[in-house]
Design a protein around this ligand. Sequence first.
Ligand code: DC
Length: 240
Amino acid sequence: MLASGSRAVHSILPMPPIVPPASPVVPVIAIDGPTASGKGTIAQRVAAALGFHYLDSGAIYRVAALAALEAGLDPGQAEAVAALARTLRPEFAAGSIRLGGRDITEAIRAEPVGNAASRIAVHPEVRQALFELQRGFRQPPGLVADGRDMGSVVFPDAQLKVFLTASPEARAARRHKQLIEKGIPANISTLARDLRERDARDMQRAAAPLVAVQGARQLDSSSLDIDQVVERVLGWYRAG
Ligand code: DC
């Protein structure tokens, strides 16, 4: 009796819940900062050192801006630009970007496209349209993402958030050097003016403005070289 009674008691005990294996969290390092702060170079170097994927979120806004300009849209046409952005399937591979089979790696780097990117980026509809595209880059073993709102909006659970700045003079000089090296004519005072305008727009917009979120490590790279900045970021990440 006792045996069967105890079996009966056993049979009414709740079964332990079936817990699915926890999906491993893919680590993200978010590096945000103003234009020409060096975040792209730093993010790529950190990604290479860790064997992580790399997301240049500015390139995604630039792809959308180029597509909008080529479709004859004005960057102010929020809904039309967002509708177009939702259809875009850019392919990122080995440092090149293709859209509809065409290589647009160089085309998206032109200054008018960068300025249009900053203008379309003020629209919440456009940001929403590009949101999932950016989140899709979060793949094992990890991701280093650079932009303006990586730590605040797109990857708020990032393991490490870095806010990288540099003086406007240092940034204008860096951008000038980059463009000249690519054979693109550039004037340093025009660049400095555009950079200030773009900073103001990126920081003052209502939707996902460029801000250092709470918990972000702030780093001014004006007087540091690339290796020093990369080592600082890797040190923070490894220290957990
Ligand atoms: O980083 P970049 O200069 O390539 O970016 C071009 C523009 O895209 C930038 O002026 C603002 C916008 N952008 C954004 O709003 N949010 C991001 N995460 C990345 C870029």
